[in-house]
Ligand binder design. Structure first.
Ligand code: NAP
Length: 311
C-alpha cells in the first residue's frame, strides 16, 4: 500500500511530488510514456516566474525532477490504464499491475491533437509530428508547414525557421489566437508565410511513405491546391489524458476532469492537478500551482485519515 501515488510527471505532477516528498510522504510518481509532459517538448519558457532570461522546458522539468528526487520521491515509467476507488480503497492499474494507495494525485496532462486525416498514424514520424523541438532539426533547408493559430503554432513556426528554408503557417481563420508578442515575432520573420482561411484536406506521402506535401483547401473559396512540404507540424491543441477515469470521475464533454474546490475529485483521497482538468489557463505555472495544492490537500487528507484511525 502506497501513501501517495502521483500519475504524471509534467509540471503539475512534479510539483506535487516535491511537496509530497518534502512532507515525508515518500510519493511514487508514475511517469507514463511521455515523461516530463508538454514542457519536455517545448523550447524556451519565458514566463515561468523566477527565470528572467527564460529557461528551456526540458531543463525546467529536469530541475523539478531532481528537486523531487532529492526529497525522496520515487519514479516509475509505468502507464496508468485503469482506476478504481471505493470508500477509502484507491487503486490504479499501472502496466498490468494494480497498485494500491491511500491518496492519489491525477496529473496525467494532455496529449497533442492531430487532424484525423487518412494515413495519419502511418505518417507520424515520417514527416508528421506535433513536436518541433524533437523533430525540427531533421528538416534543414526544406520547406515545412505548421498547422494552427495559437501560441504553440506561433512558437513552433518561429523555432522552425532556424532549420527550414520556409515555414508555411496554415490557419483555418484569418487571425491568429496567439498572444500579441508571439504574433509580432511571426509577422516579423521573413521565413514564415501565413496561409489564411485554409485547412489541410489530405497528406501527400511519396512512394517511400514519407511526407512530400499537403492538399490545401481555402475555406472561403473552396479552392484546392497542393503544397510541397517535407514535414507537417501539427499544433492545434491538446486532449486530456483521462481514459482511465472515464465514467468513474466527473468529466466535462471534452473529457477534462472536473475538480471541485480547486483540486478535489468526487472520491475522497483522489486529487486532480494540471492540464488534465484545465481547459482555460494551461500554463506551466498554473499547473505547478495546482500540483502544490493537490499535494497539500493529499497530506491533510492522510493526516485526517490517520487521526480518525487513532480515535
Ligand atoms: P490553442 O490555444 O487551443 O490553439 C489551437 C489552435 O489550433 C487554434 O488557433 C485553433 O484554431 C486551431 N485548431 C484547433 N483545432 C483545429 C483543427 N481541427 N484544424 C485546424 N486548426 C485547428 O492551443 P495551443 O496553441 O497549443 O496553446 C494551448 C495553451 O498553451 C494556451 O493557453 C497557450 O497560451 C499556451 N502556450 C503558451 C506558450 C508560451 O507562452 N510560450 C507556448 C505554447 C502554448 P482557432 O483559432 O480557429 O480556434
Amino acid at each position: 500500500m502506497e501513501k501517495v501515488i502521483i500519475v504524471g510527471s509534467g509540471c503539475a505532477g512534479l510539483t506535487a511530488a516535491i511537496y509530497a516528498a518534502r512532507a515525508n510522504l515518500n510519493p511514487l510518481v508514475l511517469e507514463g510514456r511521455q515523461p516530463g509532459g508538454q514542457l519536455s517538448t517545448t523550447t524556451l519558457v519565458e514566463n515561468f516566474p523566477g527565470f528572467s532570461e527564460g529557461i528551456d522546458g526540458p531543463q525546467l522539468i529536469l530541475n523539478m525532477h531532481q528537486q523531487a528526487e532529492k526529497f525522496g520521491a520515487r519514479f516509475s515509467y509505468a502507464e496508468v490504464t485503469d482506476y478504481e476507488a471505493r470508500n477509502d480503497h484507491i487503486r490504479v492499474m499501472a502496466d498490468d499491475e494494480w497498485l494500491e494507495t491511500q491518496a492519489l494525485i491525477i496529473a496525467s496532462g494532455a496529449s497533442a491533437r492531430y487532424l484525423g486525416l487518412d494515413d495519419e498514424e502511418k505518417l507520424i514520424g515520417h514527416g508528421l509530428t506535433s513536436c518541433a523541438t524533437c523533430d525540427g532539426a531533421f528538416y534543414k533547408n526544406v520547406p515545412v508547414a505548421v498547422v494552427g493559430g495559437g501560441d504553440s503554432a506561433a512558437e513552433e513556426s518561429t523555432f522552425l525557421t532556424r532549420f527550414a528554408s520556409k515555414v508555411y503557417l496554415i490557419h483555418r481563420r484569418d487571425q491568429l489566437r496567439a498572444s500579441k508578442i508571439m504574433q509580432e515575432r511571426v509577422f516579423a520573420n521573413k521565413k514564415i508565410e501565413p496561409i489564411w482561411n485554409t485547412v489541410i484536406t489530405k497528406y501527400l506521402p511519396d512512394e517511400k511513405g514519407e511526407m512530400s506535401g499537403v492538399r490545401l483547401r481555402n475555406v472561403k473559396t473552396n479552392e484546392e491546391h497542393d503544397l510541397p512540404v517535407a514535414c507537417v507540424f501539427v499544433a492545434i491543441g491538446h486532449d486530456p489524458n483521462t481514459r482511465a477515469y472515464q465514467g468513474k470521475l466527473e468529466t466535462d464533454p471534452d473529457g477534462y476532469l472536473i475538480a471541485r474546490k480547486l483540486v478535489e475529485s468526487k472520491h475522497p483521497g483522489v486529487f486532480i492537478a494540471g492540464d488534465v482538468a484545465d481547459r482555460v489557463y494551461k500554463q506551466a505555472v498554473t499547473a505547478a500551482g495546482s500540483g502544490c495544492a493537490a499535494a497539500i490537500e493529499a497530506e491533510r487528507y492522510l493526516s485526517d485519515l490517520e487521526n480518525s484511525k487513532a480515535d
